[in-house]
Each structure stands twice: as structure tokens, then as C-alpha cells.
Design a protein around this ligand. Structure first.
Ligand code: ZN
Length: 441
């Protein structure tokens, strides 16, 4: 690979040098000019366009990747559109265009990425995946950089996924839970048995919450044996025995779980309850002196109870084992540098007369998105006698939701209002995350 790397570096490098020589110009400080250009997120008038011929592709790609790491992007997309090559960063879960490169650079940029990822540069017709070596300057920030390239009708598209070190080492108290939820979670973590279920779509921060809970348990109750079964292990936690599940191999969730239970751990975390067998063993573990935490696919907390019943768990087992269901999402936080108070005229309906809300503006710091960083919103359901009775009577989802509503349950949207009120996020962001179509407009 080293040889190939040097070869392409040479080819790309010489190409640039030749251009400079023929134009009879002095080689500008490309590193510097790239950085300046990249601060301009207005894609239409990219200054790369004018400098297309003089572009040093190697340093261009390097700079883009460095910039992605610096901004904390989770991935970088290089998308050919026919006329251009759009470079997008995923920041806080949302893709934003940070640069638009001329089409003429597209092939060279993708070729450079392929060299970095150790892929076959001459194959443009198949999807390929690889790993990009981490430069020494980024050693302490980045854990892994993965590259995927695939052909489209406009040319090859590349995505670099960035995995950061220690980014998930957040304390339970820092996750942004309301005081009520935070206190309830700490109480559950102090228990010797029971089941805590987390629900929410992929990318809603469930792994971060589970890791924070396990760290909290290790710190507060030293000496408890904590074991996890995960697919894959996403966050390493010191002091916890973490086991990687191989879904298509020998080590499955039910097998690992049964075997681990014989070693009698006190706290167990299972990455996900996907099937009836795992659900059954997990619920039994929660009933027999183990504190068990896991995630589950369900649209709402009430739905999680019903899902367990559908998986063949007896209603009395559900009501006596499940301590709580926590449903969570991540919302983007307003960029503190550029957020501004919303003009009063734009505040309508029942929100009028409340404390002034803030709106997203956009600056260099936040790549013109107006948002930077994310915070949790959550709703938690613990079974009381009324809900217990309803589950035992096999009530349907509507019935369970109605009971919760009558009890004045704080749902996710209501929890999010607290953040809007504090000027941490916007109503628009909250609506998007909660899947609500605003009737304001
Ligand atoms: Zn900003």
C-alpha cells in the first residue's frame, strides 16, 4: 500500500506542479488558502472553483478530514451531483454542505480517498470499504476512520465515518435529564433487581445513557459485578466485563445470557432485546435477583409493555419485573455564539406571552446551522397500581396511553419544552425530532 500511496501522491502532486510551472506562478501556501476557503460555507461561490487548476488534491482532502475532526462531524460525505462534488459534514445528526468542489476535481478527490483507505483505485464500478490511517496529529482525538465508496450515475460517492475517543464518557448528571427522571434513574440503579428498558430509534443516545448508568453503578456501589452483552460493543467501560455477541456465529444473545447468569452477575446490560427467547431470559433474570438493563424497539414506553406481551411474556411477569421504560431522543442545542431572541411577532398561538424564545441564526462556529451539540429529551414510565392492573388485563395501546394522559404524564414533547423555555433549543427542532408537523405556518 505504501508504494501505491507514494505513486498516486506523485501523480497528483506532479499534476499540480506542472500546472504551476506552465502558468509560471509561484506556488501559494495551499494549506493556508484551503483553510480560508473552508470557512466559507456558502457553497455556490466556492473559491475552489477559481483555483481548480491549481488545486493540491492531497492537501485538500487532508484539510477537509482534519476540519471534520475539529468540528466533531460524525461523517463526511463526498457526493457527486453531475455538475459538482458536494462535501457534507454530519454535525449533530444533520448533514450540512460545507464545500462544493468543481466536478473536474471529483475523480482526483475520490482517488485520493481510495488511496488513503487502501482501496483499489482502478475499480470504479463496485462498492468498496476500507479504513483510513489516523495521522499522528489526530491520534488522541480519533479512534477509527472508515471509508465507503460506491458508484452512482454521477460518479463515485464516498463516505468517511469518524469514530472519536472518549466522546461518550458523559456522567449521568450531565446527560440533560429532567430532575424527576434523573432521580428516578438513580433509584432504579440502586435496586438489586428489576428490568429497565430504553426505547428510541437508532442514534437517539441509548448506548450513551446505558454507559452512563453503568458507570454510575460502579462508582456508587463499588464491588457490584457488572456484565454486558453487546452487538457490537460501542463504548468501553472500565471495570465492566463486556462481551461481544456474534449474531451469525456461536455467541448469540440467549446463549451468552444463559451462560452468564450461571456466573451470577449482579448487574447485566443486554444491547438489545430482539427476540422472544432473549426477552424471556431477560425478564426471568430481572425477577431473580439481577438488575437488568436493555434497549427495545418501540414507538412509546407504553408500546414496550405490549411488545413484551407479544413476545410471549406473561402479563404478571411484565408487571412484576419491569421497573421502568425510558424513551429518549436527541435534540440539537442552539449555538451559543449566534442564537438570538426570536422577534415577538413570530411567536404565535399559545406560546405568546411566555418567556422569549431563541431562534437559530448560524455562524462560522456552527457551520451556519445555528445549532451545536445535542442534548437528551426523555419520558419515563414506571408502573403504578393502575397501569399494572391495565397491563394484567391486557389493555391495548390506546387504553394505556389514555391512563398516562389522565395521570398527567410528562411526554417527550413536554420534556422538550423545558429546553425551549431555557433557550437551549428551539420549538422547530423539537417538532422535527418528535415528528410533529407545526400548524403555525
Ligand atoms: Zn453559530
Amino acid at each position: 500500500m505504501g508504494k501505491k500511496n507514494a505513486f498516486l501522491d506523485n501523480v497528483l502532486g506532479r499534476r499540480c506542479v506542472l500546472v504551476f510551472v506552465t502558468k509560471g506562478r509561484k506556488m501559494p501556501n495551499l494549506q493556508e488558502s484551503n483553510r480560508k476557503n473552508m470557512d466559507v460555507s456558502d457553497s455556490k461561490n466556492s473559491s475552489y472553483e477559481q483555483k481548480a487548476d491549481a488545486q493540491d488534491v492531497v492537501s485538500l482532502v487532508d484539510d477537509l478530514l482534519k476540519k471534520a475532526v475539529k468540528s466533531g462531524a460524525s461523517d463526511v460525505h463526498f457526493e457527486p451531483t453531475g455538475a459538482e462534488l458536494a462535501v457534507k459534514f454530519r454535525l449533530d445528526g444533520v448533514l450540512s454542505t460545507v464545500e462544493t468542489l468543481p466536478r473536474s476535481l471529483s475523480d482526483n478527490v475520490i482517488a485520493r480517498l481510495k488511496v488513503l483507505g487502501g482501496l483499489l483505485t482502478y475499480r470504479n464500478d463496485i462498492p468498496q470499504e476500507g479504513r483510513i490511517e489516523i495521522s499522528r496529529t489526530q491520534d488522541d482525538l480519533i479512534m477509527d476512520q472508515r471509508l465507503a465508496v460506491f458508484p452512482t450515475i454521477h460518479g463515485q460517492r464516498a463516505v468517511v465515518r469518524l469514530f472519536y475517543k472518549n466522546i461518550e464518557l458523559t456522567e449521568l448528571a450531565q446527560l440533560g435529564f429532567s430532575k424527576h427522571t434523573y432521580t428516578a434513574l438513580k433509584k432504579i440503579a440502586a435496586k438489586n433487581q428489576g428490568v429497565l428498558l430504553l426505547t428510541g430509534p437508532a442514534g437517539s443516545g441509548k448506548s450513551t445513557t446505558l454507559a452512563a448508568l453503568l458507570r454510575h453503578i460502579l462508582k456508587s456501589f463499588a464491588g457490584r459485578s457488572v456484565v454486558t452483552l453487546e452487538d457490537p460493543v460501542e463504548i468501553r467501560i472500565d471495570g465492566v466485563t463486556q462481551v461481544q455477541i456474534t449474531p451469525h456465529g456461536q455467541m448469540t444473545f440467549p446463549l451468552g445470557l444463559r451462560s452468564l447468569l450461571r456466573q451470577d452477575p449482579q448487574v447485566l446490560m443486554i444491547g438489545e432485546i430482539r427476540d422472544a427467547e432473549t426477552a424471556r431470559i431477560a425478564i426471568e433474570a430481572g425477577l431473580t435477583g439481577h438488575l437488568l438493563m436493555s434497549t427495545m424497539h418501540s414507538g412509546s414506553p407504553a408500546g414496550a409493555f405490549l411488545r413484551l406481551l407479544e413476545m410471549g411474556i406473561e402479563p404478571y411477569q411484565v408487571t412484576s419485573s419491569v421497573s421502568a421504560v425510558l424513551n429518549q431522543r436527541l435534540v440539537r442545542k442552539l449555538c451559543t455564539r449566534c442564537k438570538r431572541t426570536e422577534p415577538r411577532t413570530s411567536v404565535r398561538g399559545k406560546d405568546r406571552g411566555q418567556t422569549a424564545a431563541f431562534e437559530a441564526v448560524g455562524c462560522d462556529d456552527c457551520f451556519s446551522t445555528g445549532y451545536k451539540g445535542r442534548v437528551l429529551i426523555a419520558e419515563m414510565v414506571q408502573l403504578d397500581s393502575q397501569l399494572r392492573k391495565a397491563v394484567l388485563a391486557k389493555a391495548d395501546l390506546d387504553e394505556l396511553e389514555r391512563i398516562l394522559e389522565n395521570k398527567g404524564h410528562t411526554n417527550m414533547l413536554a420534556d422538550g419544552k423545558r429546553l425551549v423555555g431555557d433557550g437551549i433549543t428551539t420549538q422547530a427542532e423539537l417538532n422535527t425530532v418528535c415528528g410533529i408537523v407545526s400548524d403555525d405556518s
